[in-house]
Design a protein around this ligand. Structure first.
Ligand SMILES: Nc1ncnc2c1ncn2[C@@H]1O[C@H](COP(=O)(O)OP(=O)(O)OP(=O)(O)O)[C@@H](O)[C@H]1O
Ligand SMILES: [Mg+2]
Length: 302
């Protein structure tokens, strides 16, 4: 064998295509040959232990940073600096405090359309109001961010990203700062918005139950794996060690009471979060039909 063995090697029908991506800061390898591809309309949950490189991967897809090696395609084109094709929702702080809710949602359109905005203002306002309504915020359009709860602010942030109709919506622990009850409400709002818009979502969380509940697919990123470099190898970065098709489980409201759900959460926890349970690269759990199997020749055992 002379090269990696890709199972998902055609970028043409994929929204997102990440191939052989490594990212190092100085001598520290964070992402170590990451491969993944995502189809349009998919809701990907990305989980992994703290510090494994989830946010780093998101920043690379956003174009805020460049990979050390490898390539990332969005709609079959290499990603450049951040642009409206990629929406992003962070845990906090994406709203401008001096703008109303409606103006926050319209800001991206105002900036990208420039002079053309005025001509389309009525239609865009209508669209923004429809999104606010979907997020149950139609009565709050004239308020300022400080007048809203954390959950409401995050719903504005989601509307703000969605109004741009990005090819992919990137979310980095978007509900991480919310209390459990609000968090559950947010999950329901997001699922509704996703179902209506058919958007492609890349959702990073370290809450496994949240990932399995929301996503149609769960990707597990971790540095806990074994390969020919030996267990003690210090410079190891993270890879995608698990890739699960969970479409049959996700989104159902009674899901969280089903044994299958708890079993899957447990399996994923073992896959990525337990250093003692680490498996060999040849035995990764890549069960999703779009998952990659891309092993270096020296890793694949010849
Ligand atoms: N700009 C940087 N310079 C140096 N090291 C960095 C930089 N950004 C991230 N790192 C390192 O990369 C590793 C991965 O960080 P990252 O924030 O991507 O992890 P994460 O999986 O998002 O963690 P968490 O779950 O805690 O948010 C960490 O060890 C971090 O210290
Ligand atoms: Mg992070």
């Amino acid at each position: 064998m002379t090269g990696p063995i890709p199972r998902s090697s055609d970028p043409k029908d994929k929204v997102l295509y990440v191939e052989n991506v490594c990212k190092a800061y100085g001598g520290k390898v964070v992402l170590d040959d990451v491969d993944l591809s995502v189809r349009s309309g998919e809701f990907c949950g990305v989980v992994g232990p703290s510090g494994c490189g989830k946010s780093t991967l998101l920043r690379l897809i956003l174009g805020a940073e460049e990979p050390t090696s490898g390539r990332i395609l969005l709609d079959n084109e290499p990603v450049g600096p951040p642009d409206p094709k990629r929406g992003i929702v962070y845990q906090k702080y994406s709203l401008f405090p001096h703008l109303t809710v409606l103006d926050n949602v319209l800001l991206g359109k105002r900036l990208t359309l420039d002079f053309a905005f005025r001509r389309q203002a009525a239609a865009l306002t209508e669209e923004a109001m429809a999104l606010l309504k979907q997020m149950r915020l139609e009565g709050d359009a004239a308020k300022y961010p400080h007048q809203l709860s954390g959950g409401m602010q995050q719903r504005v942030a989601i509307a703000q990203a969605m109004v741009m109709r990005p090819s992919i919506l990137l979310m980095d622990e978007p509900f991480g700062a919310l209390d459990p009850g609000t968090r559950e409400d947010m999950q329901v709002h997001l699922l509704e918005a996703w179902e209506k818009s058919k958007m492609t979502v890349f959702f990073v969380t370290h809450d496994l139950p949240e990932a399995v509940y929301l996503a149609t697919r769960v990707l597990v990123l971790t540095q806990f794996y074994r390969d020919e470099r030996g267990d003690g190898y210090p410079g190891r970065g993270a890879k995608v060690v698990g890739d699960y098709d969970v479409a049959h489980l996700s989104g159902s409201t009674d899901l969280k009471r089903r044994a299958e759900y708890a079993d899957l959460v447990q399996t994923i926890r073992q896959d990525g979060f337990e250093p003692e349970a680490r498996r060999h690269v040849n035995d990764f759990n890549l069960k999703h039909p779009d998952s990659w199997r891309s092993l270096r020749p020296e890793e694949s055992g010849g």
